[in-house]
Each structure stands twice: as structure tokens, then as C-alpha cells.
Design a protein around this ligand. Sequence first.
Ligand SMILES: [Zn+2]
Length: 103
Amino acid sequence: MATEKPSNAEEEYFVRQELELRKEWARENAARTAQDEKDRIKALHHMKCPKCGMDLHTTELHGVTVDSCPTCHGMWFDAGEVDHMLEHEQTGLFKRVSTFFRK
Ligand SMILES: [Zn+2]
């Protein structure tokens, strides 16, 4: 069986295709690695206190779900929860909370 040596143009075409495939693979791999890293970090830090790293406990304050740390007594609000809390500005509870946040 005679093997025909591919012409330079053909060879170049395959080399280029191979390169494109590798670039594509590298892009996909980088995206996957970034997502894996996000998942890993999330798993490590989910419901952990950002200050002291202890487990957070979910409590309800005035109909607002608040994650609080029993160790350093920090309180963490989700997006929109502070706004909801501000609606209760006149209540004693809010005054206590706002005092807590003021340095
Ligand atoms: Zn804490």
C-alpha cells in the first residue's frame, strides 16, 4: 500500500485545526476550573461566619431572615433584607439593630 505524503497545504490545514481544537479545549478547561473553584469556595464558606469562620445560624427578625453568628454575634443580611428592615425604622428592634451596626 502506497502512502502518499500530504502536501504542505494539507499538513498546514490539519496543524491549524489541531491548534484550534487545543485552544477550544483550553478555554473549556479554564471555564470548568473556574467553576470548580467557585463551587469549592462556596462549599467551604457557605453559612460560615465571614469574621470568625464559625457556623452561622439562621434566625428571623421582624419577618426578615438573618444569618447570625453565635460566636462573635455578627449578623449577616441577604440582599434586600436591610431594605425590609428599614421599613421598621420606628420600632425598638430597628433602633437596637442600627445601634449594633454603628461603630
Ligand atoms: Zn462569627
